[in-house]
Design a protein around this ligand. Structure first.
Ligand SMILES: *Cc1c(COP(=O)(O)O)cnc(C)c1O
Length: 424
């Protein structure tokens, strides 16, 4: 069934740590072996053994247009002909910066990097340099990439593997990070009162996607905005997942919030490695060469990645986000209906085109409640879904993503596969 994948994995184990280039891909928490993908098209991916799967991983977020859209592939070819990297300025960077800043009300300037991790890392340096303060507040179960200070109580792979996340990180770094329960404004108030004069920034996933999907409760983001502003603390929205996921723009656009800095990645690269961070002019002007906070990158603003980013955003401008939102609503309602019929306790958190099924009796609103989800149940469902040709993230603590390529027949097959997975 997955013979070629199994062979490749065995070989990889002796050559690559854990056989993988990013931990969640190892399928460890579901007690299986990884899939090796040969190609993807539209809503589907195909492994090296020729199995077809309807894909809800979407490369962990970037592929909102589905796999290998024709216009994107054309763009790559066109720009590849012109050269792969210049280490110098090119026109497309200006177009891209203009598109991104226009999509977010609070964003005047933006700089490109090569990943979401890099965007967050650079943002934290900027926040500390700008404010002259050291401490960053984050939230338990949120993931902001693998920069040192952000791995304290982190989501995504750290949560999936159930490991501490902090080996290899100097104590001093861990001590400049305060991790608080998501959706708990009282905890933020308390931390600010205690450390008032040394907090540079609060960084938050405006919709958490890395402990599974967890929505901000009413007023959480507004209160974060007002309490940070009152105390001259910067508010950073990590929109690496939410950027262009819920609407043309980000969660800041969607909720009408105005954070000081926004981090982007995933969708803005359309599947190419890219990240970006941007904010108000007076903050962004602190970065070299305008200011003295250093940040750089040999491949930053890579012409092909940028061309794909521009094309992705242009295509998204003409998409109706209500369609994927409605498709997601349809699918989650179907899953819910079937679970209830079979007395399987589930809670689905969903917004826009992302959702997570938690196997729990209780609402999930932070990392502690997310961890209430029954891991055995998740594991069984994952395996059954995979065997029925449905690929969801191999971890309870990740979001499933719909793309514009998913159609009604995909959704019906997926609902039926969930139904089957609930059968025993
Ligand atoms: C994926 C992710 C990152 C890290 O981005 P990489 O490109 O994997 O480095 C940061 N923040 C959030 C919210 C993410 O989901």
């Amino acid at each position: 069934m997955r013979k070629r994948s199994a062979e490749l994995y065995q070989k990889a184990l002796s050559l690559i740590p854990g056989g993988v280039n990013s931990p969640v891909r190892a399928f460890k928490s579901v007690g299986m072996e990884p899939l090796y993908i040969d190609h993807g098209k539209g809503s589907k991916i195909y492994d090296v053994d020729g199995n077809e799967y309807i894909d809800y991983v979407g490369s962990f977020g970037p592929l909102i247009l589905g796999h290998a859209p024709a216009e994107i592939i054309e763009t790559i070819k066109e720009y590849a002909e012109k050269g792969l990297s210049f280490g110098a300025c090119h026109a497309q960077e200006v177009t891209f910066a203009s598109l991104i800043t226009k999509a977010f009300p609070s964003l005047n300037k933006v700089r490109l990097v090569n990943s979401g991790t890099e965007a967050v890392m650079s943002t934290l340096r900027l926040a500390r340099g700008y404010t002259g303060k050291d401490i960053i507040i984050k939230f338990d179960g949120c993931y902001h990439g693998h920069a040192d200070s952000m791995l304290v109580a982190a989501g995504s792979g750290v949560a999936t593997l159930g490991i501490p996340g902090t080996p290899g990180i100097p104590q001093a770094h861990a001590h400049t990070t305060l991790s608080l329960p998501y959706n708990n404004i009282e905890a933020v108030k308390k931390a600010i009162a205690e450390h008032k004069n040394n907090i540079a920034a609060v960084i938050v996933e405006p919709i958490a996607g890395n402990m599974g999907v967890v929505l901000p409760q009413e007023n959480f983001l507004q209160e974060l905005r007002s309490i940070t502003a009152e105390n001259k603390i910067l508010l950073i929205f990590d929109e690496v997942i939410t950027g262009f996921r819920l609407c043309y723009g980000g969660a800041a656009t969607y909720f009408g919030s105005s954070p000081d800095i926004i981090c982007l990645g995933k969708i803005i690269g359309g599947g190419m490695p890219i990240g970006a961070f941007g904010g108000k002019k007076e903050i962004m002007d602190c970065i070299a060469p305008e200011g003295n906070i250093y940040q750089a990158g040999t491949l930053s603003g890579n012409p092909i990645a940028v061309a794909v980013g521009i094309k992705t955003l242009e295509l998204l401008q003409n998409k109706d986000y209500r369609i994927i939102e409605q498709n997601t609503l349809y699918l989650t309602k179907e899953i819910e209906k079937r679970a209830h019929k079979k007395n399987v306790p589930i809670r689905i958190n969903s917004i826009g085109s992302l959702f997570t099924v938690f196997y729990s009796h209780y609402p999930v609103y932070d990392y502690i409640t997310a961890k209430e989800s029954n891991p055995e149940h998740f594991k069984r469902t994952f395996k059954r879904l995979l065997d029925s040709g449905i690929f969801i993230p191999p971890s309870q603590f990740e979001a499933s993503f719909l793309s514009f390529a998913h159609d009604q027949s995909d959704l019906e097959k997926t609902a039926a596969a969930y139904d089957h997975s609930f059968s025993e």
